[in-house]
Design a protein around this ligand. Structure first.
Ligand SMILES: [Zn+2]
Length: 398
């Protein structure tokens, strides 16, 4: 999903640049559907899967119609028709943006920025406010503060995407029930960030630093929207950015990776010992980052894949309904052998109990993983050996 979301950000940014509009988070969904369509992906389960398929067909028609009539295909224009993405879409996005250790920003891929607004109205109003309160900061510096603050409130209270149900957030943060910012939280700086800003801005902003910080916080709050007594980053005024040549900074004290420094200090711990990351320093992120970079660079052979996993146990082998031709287990067995029924996708990984040892043809088996030693491990090994004889290739046994 990391690859798909990064390709989506790229798709939206390219389209926005081509037609001269400013992208925002709410436009990501139609761009996501186009990526799904272009790469022939099958995503999600149940109702969410149906919802995606239905919308992908609509996107397909729109693309074809725009090409046929030689019209522009713009995500900003079609966004209102795609304003209710399914829960699973949000679940993945929330995870990628708010995960405490593995967010897109932690992997030096994407970061959140404030929008300038139509005709730069948001940017202008912030600059005017800074001028009025004698705050000597540029909009670029404000962006750096915004990015650090947005990451902090996303990681702390999943304060993004106001329309997402509480149940979806609870799947990511099981022990928390307070999501978003309360009206009181909104008026307060996250303590760590406040400390960092105080030491950076005190010499620059001079007297009344406390009240000037409150003015900056007030400017940040204009990027929040309100839902059920809580505040969240507003989809329509915040954008997700990605740039190949973006400079990323690494803190030598906490190891944190950030898209911006705050007056030369690490936005995560306030240390001054930071440096711009050299190419070799991205190596430590290669497991998460390289597949994304290769997908963005369209390296041949790099595909967007999804691993489909099912369970094979005796409990599933009864015939679920009389009308059903195949039992659930038989259905999974066939799909594991790439025999497709009812347009279902293949099963890539079959998680089995010892019921697998019933003499079925296990298809194109490429690897076996054993969790616990089964009662008769030789039978499993025998199975693997049979496979090896048939296919003249070894199936590694883990
Ligand atoms: Zn740090």
């Amino acid at each position: 999903m990391r690859k798909i979301i990064c390709l989506t950000v790229e798709e939206l940014q390219t389209n926005a640049q081509k037609y001269g509009y400013e992208p925002n988070l709410s436009m990501l969904y139609p761009a996501f559907l186009k990526v799904v369509y272009d790469n022939k992906l099958h995503l999600f389960f149940g109702e969410d899967k149906n919802a995606i398929e239905e919308k992908v067909n609509i996107i397909k028609e729109k693309i074809e119609r725009a090409t046929r009539r030689n019209r522009n295909f713009r995500f900003d224009a079609i966004q209102p028709e795609f304003n209710s993405p399914p829960d699973e879409y949000f679940l993945h996005l929330l995870n990628l943006l708010c995960n405490n250790f593995g967010s897109l920003s932690d992997h030096a891929l994407c970061w959140l920025e404030p929008c300038n607004g139509a005709y730069d109205d948001l940017k202008d109003s912030i600059e005017d406010k800074f001028e009025r309160f004698d705050i000597n900061l540029t909009f670029e510096e404000f962006k750096g503060i915004f990015t650090a603050w947005a990451l902090e409130i996303c990681k702390d209270s999943l304060a993004i995407f106001p329309n997402v149900d509480k149940e979806v957030r609870e799947e990511l943060s099981k022990f928390s029930s307070d999501f978003g910012l309360s009206p009181t939280d909104k008026e307060k700086w996250p303590p760590r960030l406040k400390k960092i800003l105080m030491s950076w801005l005190s010499p620059i902003l001079g007297s009344n630093i406390e009240s000037k910080l409150l003015v900056i916080l007030d400017c940040l709050s204009t990027y929040l929207s309100y839902d059920k007594a809580r505040y969240y980053l507003n989809d329509e005024t915040v954008k997700l950015c990605q740039r190949k040549d973006k400079a990323w900074y690494k803190c030598n004290k906490c190891g944190g990776i950030s898209p911006f420094l705050l007056g030369g200090t690490c936005p995560k711990c306030g240390a001054l010992d930071n440096k711009r990351m050299e190419d070799f320093e991205f190596e430590s992120l290669s497991f998460w980052r390289n597949p994304v970079i290769k997908a963005l660079e369209k390296v041949p052979g790099v595909q967007l894949t999804r691993i489909n996993t099912e369970e094979h146990t005796a409990q599933l082998s009864h015939r679920d309904q009389r009308q059903k031709l195949w039992s659930t287990t038989e259905n999974f067995e066939m799909r594991f052998q790439n025999v497709f029924i009812d347009d279902n996708e293949p099963v890539d990984i079959l998680s089995c109990t010892t019921t697998m040892e019933v003499g079925i043809d296990i298809g194109s088996l490429t690897a076996i993983g054993l969790r616990n030693t089964p009662p008769q491990p030789e039978k499993i090994i025998n199975k693997e050996q049979e496979e090896r004889e048939e296919k003249a290739q070894a199936s590694p046994l883990f």
